[in-house]
Design a protein around this ligand. Structure first.
Ligand SMILES: [Fe+2]
Length: 356
C-alpha cells in the first residue's frame, strides 16, 4: 500500500507557532556548528565562544553558501565557508574580508531559549516574537530526581499535532496500548494560554515484576502541553513504593511530511540505590513500545476535522480548539474568507472557541 503524503491527509498547516526543540544543550559545545532542516527551511545552529546558542537562516546573503556546511564559529560570530563573511547572533554581517566597507547584509535570526537541557527555537508563521515561554520543569536539576536522559529519537511521517492529541485520546489506551487495562480517566483539563494540562488517572499493567507482587497498579498521569512542540507526561504509580516519572516528548516539524521526535526521561530517586535506574530503564522500554504502537496509526491516518466521537473519548474537541491558536495564518485567512466557518472547522470542531 502506498502511503499518502501528510499534506494530503491533514488539513492543518504543517508548521504551527511555538517553541520547538533543535538539540540537547549538551550536544552543542561552544564553537560547534550544526546544519539543520526544520520547518521546511535550511538553518544553522551554532554556539558562540561565550556560550550562546544561536539559530540563523543557513544561506549566506552574499552568494548563498550554507553556513552550516563548513562554516566555523569565530568568537561570537559564524564565518561563511565561501568568502569568510561573518555574522553575529542577530544575523548582521559584521566582517567581510577584502571589502573596504562593510556590506549591508543580514540573515534572519531565530529566537532561541535553553531550558530543561534543550535548545528551543521559536517558530511563528508570520514572524511574530515569542509571547509565551516553556517553564523550567520542577524535576529538572532537582536532586530528588535522576538527571534527564534521552530516551528515544524517532522520525515520523505525520503531523506534529498528533502527539498532543494522543495525550487526550483516553479511549485508545486500553485498545492499542494493552499495558493500560482501563480507559484513561479524565479528571480535569486546565488551559492557560499556550499551556494545557490533561489530568488523568491510569490503570497499568506496565511493570511486570510489580504486577506479580501487587497486581495492576494505578495512579495519576498528567499530560502537559507547552504549545504543540512539547508534551510532558508526569505519572505517579502508588503501590508500596511510590514511583514517579517525568517523560517529556519534543516534537519538531522537519518539513511538511516528517516530524522529529525526541523523548527525555527522569525518575524520582528512591532510598534504595539503583532502584530508580532500574525503573527508568523499564519505563523507557515501555515508553518505546507505547509510541511504536501508535506510529503506524499516525503515519496512515486521515485527519478528521469533524470526528464522530463517542462518550468514551477524551477531551479531543477542547484540545483542537486550544490548538487552533498555533495556526494564526489559518485563523486569519478563515476570518478574511467568506467561507471562514468551514475553514476554521478544519482546525477545530468548535470555531467559536478557535478565535483566540
Ligand atoms: Fe497512543
Amino acid at each position: 500500500m502506498t502511503r499518502r503524503p501528510v499534506r494530503d491527509r491533514f488539513s492543518l498547516p504543517p508548521f504551527p507557532s511555538g517553541w520547538f526543540s533543535l538539540a540537547g544543550s549538551g550536544e552543542l559545545a561552544p564553537g560547534q556548528v550544526r546544519p539543520l532542516h526544520r520547518f521546511g527551511q535550511d538553518l544553522v545552529l551554532f554556539r558562540t565562544r561565550s556560550g550562546q546558542a544561536r539559530v540563523l537562516d543557513a544561506a549566506c546573503p552574499h552568494l548563498g553558501a550554507h553556513l552550516g556546511i563548513g562554516g566555523a564559529v569565530e568568537g561570537n560570530t559564524i564565518e561563511c565557508p565561501f568568502h569568510g563573511w561573518r555574522f553575529d547572533g542577530a544575523g548582521r554581517c559584521v566582517y567581510a574580508p577584502l571589502a573596504r566597507s562593510l556590506p549591508r547584509a543580514s540573515l534572519r535570526s531565530w529566537p532561541v531559549e535553553e531550558v530543561n537541557g534543550r535548545i528551543l527555537v521559536w517558530h511563528h508563521p508570520e514572524g511574530a516574537e515569542p509571547d509565551w515561554h516553556v517553564p523550567q520543569f520542577p524535576e529538572y536539576g532537582n536532586p530528588d530526581w535522576l538527571p534527564f536522559q534521552q530516551a528515544q529519537h524517532w522520525e515520523m511521517r505525520t503531523h506534529c499535532q498528533e502527539l498532543g492529541e494522543n495525550a487526550m485520546d483516553a479511549a485508545h489506551f486500553p485498545h492499542i496500548h494493552r499495558q493500560q487495562t482501563a480507559a484513561m480517566e479524565t479528571r480535569g483539563l486546565e488551559i492557560d494560554g499556550a499551556h494545557l494540562t490533561h489530568r488523568t488517572w491510569q490503570t497499568l499493567a506496565f511493570f511486570g515484576l510489580l504486577k506479580k507482587i501487587y497486581g495492576d497498579v494505578a495512579g495519576p498521569l498528567d499530560c502537559t502541553l507547552h504549545g504543540l512542540g512539547l508534551v510532558v507526561n508526569r505519572a505517579q504509580v502508588r503501590t508500596k513504593i511510590d514511583m514517579a516519572y517525568c517523560y517529556p516528548f519534543y516534537i519538531t516539524p522537519i518539513d511538511d511530511e516528517r516530524i522529529d521526535v525526541v523523548s527525555m526521561l527522569s525518575v524520582r530517586r528512591f532510598a534504595v540505590p539503583g532502584l530508580a535506574r532500574a525503573l527508568l530503564y523499564k519505563a523507557r522500554a515501555e515508553g518505546r513500545k507505547t509510541i511504536e504502537q501508535d506510529i503506524p496509526i499516525w503515519e496512515h491516518k486521515q485527519f478528521r476535522p469533524r470526528p464522530r466521537l463517542s462518550d468514551a473519548d477524551g477531551p479531543i474537541p477542547a484540545f483542537r480548539s486550544w490548538s487552533a491558536q498555533f495556526y494564526p495564518e489559518a485563523v486569519a485567512a478563515a476570518q478574511r474568507s467568506h467561507d471562514g466557518g468551514r475553514r476554521l472547522e478544519a482546525l477545530s470542531p468548535d470555531p467559536a472557541r478557535a478565535r483566540v
